[in-house]
Write a protein that binds this ligand. Structure first.
Ligand SMILES: [Zn+2]
Length: 264
């Protein structure tokens, strides 16, 4: 890890949007983020191709780690005959030195017409792999709280992070009690994000993480622009306000928690 304050637990530095919109591309964004106090980043894959790209970025930078997995929205691009091969490839990547988690995986019911059975198939198979390999998972849950909760309850040895947590304060408390880490990003800074702010206030210190999910979800006052890890400072100051503590304290506990959950 590098010297610095902020650990970005979830980002996508392989995303083409960096090359198109950020001065200097992803390399420019990373350089700027590290200059501005970021100490570590987990860059995250969403299918075998972007997972390989995440590993490549991690391998070539100090302080960057990778998560590899099949995202619920990406499973549909994998032909049924190729599913086992894709899962094997993800599992093989877990042995690489800079890979710290299996993710992002989960369920996304936001758009109609998504194949929920296919999503559940990839989610459960990847939870089984994570349990077998004893690695943390990074879970994407969009408008699917009930099913995500049921499925993780059936996988008792699964552990890890609920990324961009969007559930209620009560479900956040329950998940934290079961040992899950809850990560908050740009959306907690949005003015109308009452539920996210309530949940962010309810999470115990030892289960709180921060993330950008960049290049998406830039925090206020940069909402709608391209996001990068340097903007974590806005998430940190919002969390400090919500939780009635200092920004330094939020940076410190979220950094410690990231090291813990990712085994660094
Ligand atoms: Zn993501």
């Amino acid at each position: 890890m590098r010297q610095g304050l902020y650990f970005d637990s979830h980002a996508h530095y392989d995303d083409a949007r960096f090359e198109e919109e950020f001065p200097g591309g992803a390399e420019g964004a990373l350089k700027k983020a590290f200059e501005e106090g970021v100490c570590g980043i987990v860059t995250t894959g969403t299918n075998p191709v972007t997972s390989r790209a995440a590993v490549k970025i991690a391998d070539s930078h100090d302080g960057i780690y990778a998560a590899v997995g099949i995202h619920p929205s990406d499973g549909r691009f994998i032909k049924e005959d190729d599913r086992d091969g894709a899962l094997c490839e993800i599992e093989a990547m877990l042995s690489l030195p800079k890979v710290v988690a299996l993710g992002e995986i989960g369920l996304d019911y936001h758009y109609d017409g998504m194949d929920r059975e296919m999503q559940k198939y990839f989610f459960e198979r990847q939870l089984e792999i994570a349990e077998k390999r004893d690695v943390p998972v990074v879970i994407h849950d969009r408008d699917a709280h009930g099913d995500v909760f049921d499925i993780i309850s059936r996988h008792k040895n699964a552990r890890g992070v609920m990324h961009c947590f969007s559930g209620s304060a009560e479900s956040g408390r329950q998940l934290a009690k079961k040992g899950w880490y809850l990560s908050f990003g740009g959306s907690v800074t949005f003015k109308n994000a009452r539920q996210a702010k309530e949940a962010a206030a309810a999470v115990p210190d030892d289960r709180l993480l921060i993330e950008t999910d960049c290049p998406y979800l830039a925090p206020t006052p940069h909402r709608g622009e391209i996001n990068y890890s340097g903007y974590l400072r806005y998430v940190v100051s919002t969390l400090a306000e919500i939780r009635g503590t200092s920004a330094e304290r939020i940076a410190e506990i979220t950094r410690e928690n990231a090291l813990m959950v990712f085994g660094l």
